[in-house]
Ligand binder design. Structure first.
Ligand SMILES: Cc1cc2nc3c(=O)[nH]c(=O)nc-3n(C[C@H](O)[C@H](O)[C@H](O)COP(=O)(O)O)c2cc1C
Length: 213
């Protein structure tokens, strides 16, 4: 059984394409025989507070000197990091808002990117400290941004995941969603095809690993 951390970041409860496709990806894995224990973070229901100066101060204060309020802040950030550390797989719904990621997801990133815990700086540059996790990013966008200067979403997510050590990243993308009904259907269908390929690809890798064992 895999431990999955599922992050939902659409501002919409109904009609979110990224949430729908994320669920379809997990269901496809279950149909292929995978079993999961899922920890869910839904940022619309429980927004992550912004990392402000008081929060950083709390993190930098030695445990023995922290006020109760500071300790509560540290405990909260620690719990977000622990969820990532304990997961084998991260599945992140990734709507494009204003060419980038939802601010609620960015707030989560600011908590989990912590020096000395999820990354460190060395003489040869930064080193990510999280390891051996698969990350699925299920992106949804109104336009088409492949290879475009307007895509600050997928390159950023790839970079920040790699910065904390998560280099095994795979994107599922539904694009053109606001470009008319036909193009929208095509965008969703294209993502469904990517989901099917991903699940088949993972199955064959599992078989190869079993063969090798
Ligand atoms: C506030 C807002 C900003 C958006 N900005 C962009 C954008 O910059 N580029 C784009 O291609 N689509 C943009 N869209 C369209 C969304 O990416 C699209 O609706 C997608 O389905 C969002 O994912 P969701 O359905 O899971 O919420 C925006 C939508 C909203 C609500």
């Amino acid at each position: 059984m895999k431990n999955v951390l599922r992050l939902t970041s659409s501002i919409f409860e109904e009609g979110s394409v990224s949430s729908m496709l994320m669920q379809e990806l997990l269901s496809a894995f279950v149909s292929a025989g995978e079993s999961f224990q899922i920890v869910e973070r839904n940022f619309r229901e429980s927004p992550v507070p912004h990392l402000d100066a008081a929060w950083l101060q709390a993190l930098m204060t030695p445990e023995a000197d922290r006020s109760d309020e500071q300790q509560a802040k540290v405990d909260y950030s620690d719990s977000l990091i622990a969820e990532v550390q304990q997961a084998d797989t991260l599945v992140i719904a990734l709507p494009m808002y204003n060419f980038s990621l939802p601010s609620m997801l960015k707030a989560w990133v600011d908590h989990i990117a912590r020096a000395g815990v999820t990354f460190k700086y060395t003489e040869s540059g930064p080193v990510g400290l999280l390891q051996d996790k698969k990350v699925y990013l299920v992106a949804a966008m109104g336009g088409v941004h492949d290879s475009a200067a307007s895509d600050f979403l997928r390159p950023y997510m790839k970079l920040i995941m790699s910065f904390v050590g998560l280099t095994d990243v795979e994107f599922i993308t539904a694009d053109g969603l606001n470009m008319g009904p036909e193009r929208r259907e095509q965008g969703i269908e294209q993502a469904r095809q990517q989901i099917a390929n991903t699940v088949v690809g993972d199955e064959s890798q599992t078989i190869h690993r079993k063969d090798a064992a």
